[in-house]
Design a binder for this molecule. Structure first.
Ligand SMILES: [Zn+2]
Length: 223
C-alpha cells in the first residue's frame, strides 16, 4: 500500500511538474507578445516618418528664376546645436555677410529645429550664391547643405538627419542633373583647410545610397 501510494504520489508529482512547465511556457508567450508588438510599432513609426518626408518640390520652390547649379557641397555646423535662424544671425551680425545664412539648406538634429527637418534659406529662395566655402567660384555654382552637429569632435548625424540629406541630395542632383562626382564634402574644396563635415559624416554611405536609388529608378523605367 505504501508502495502504491508512493507511485501515485510520484505520478502526481510528474503531472504537477508538467502543469507547472505548461503554465510557465504559456505565461512566457503572453509576456513575449507585447514585446514583439512594440517592436513592430516602432518599425512602423520609423517607416511612417519616412513617408512623412516633406514634398521636396514644394519645399524647394523658388521665388525667382533658377541658377545653373553644378555642385552640391555637404557641411556640418561644427556646433552641437543650432538651426537656420541662429546661423543666419551669426553670419549676418557677427560675420557681416549681407545675405546672412551662408548655406542654402540646413538639416536639423532636434536641438533648435526638428530632428531631420530641412530648413530652406533665403539664398535658395532668391537663388543667391552661397558663402559656404572660401572659394567664390565654387560658391557661385554649388548648393550648400549644412547638417546641425559636430561630426569631427562629436558623433555622427542622427538617422533622421541622414535620411533627410539622402532625400534632399537625391532630389537636387536629379533636378539639376548634377553627377555623383560633383557631390562633395566641404573638405574636398581646395582653398582653405577644413575638416568639414567631419570624419564621422558617413559620406561613402551617402554616395552608396544615392547610387542605389538611381539604379532602382532606372530599373523601374526599363520595366
Ligand atoms: Zn563646411
Amino acid at each position: 500500500m505504501y508502495f502504491l501510494n508512493k507511485n501515485i504520489n510520484k505520478h502526481e508529482g510528474i503531472i504537477r511538474c508538467l502543469s507547472l512547465t505548461m503554465i510557465v511556457i504559456a505565461s512566457g508567450l503572453f509576456i513575449s507578445i507585447p514585446f514583439f508588438k512594440s517592436a513592430k510599432v516602432e518599425k512602423l513609426n520609423r517607416h511612417e516618418s519616412t513617408l512623412c518626408m516633406p514634398n521636396l518640390d514644394q519645399l524647394c520652390r523658388l521665388d525667382v528664376k533658377e541658377r545653373p547649379w553644378e555642385y552640391i557641397v555637404i557641411h556640418h555646423s561644427a556646433t552641437a546645436k543650432g538651426n537656420a535662424a541662429r546661423f543666419d544671425y551669426y553670419h549676418k551680425k557677427m560675420k557681416g555677410w549681407e545675405y546672412g545664412l551662408a548655406y542654402h539648406f540646413v538639416v536639423g538634429n532636434g536641438s533648435f529645429s526638428g530632428d531631420g527637418e530641412i530648413e530652406v534659406g533665403n539664398r535658395w529662395k532668391q537663388q543667391i550664391h552661397g558663402a559656404h566655402t572660401a572659394n567664390m567660384n565654387c560658391n557661385r555654382v554649388a548648393i550648400g547643405i549644412c547638417l546641425v552637429g559636430d561630426f569631427e569632435n562629436g558623433g555622427a548625424p542622427t538617422e533622421n538627419q541622414f535620411e533627410s540629406v539622402v532625400s534632399l541630395v537625391q532630389y537636387l542632383s536629379r533636378k539639376y542633373n548634377i553627377p555623383s562626382s560633383n557631390i562633395l564634402e566641404h573638405k574636398d574644396i581646395h582653398q582653405k583647410a577644413t575638416a568639414c563635415p567631419g570624419k564621422n559624416f558617413p559620406f561613402a554611405e551617402l554616395k552608396t545610397r544615392l547610387l542605389q536609388i538611381a539604379s532602382k529608378s532606372s530599373n523601374h523605367k526599363e520595366l
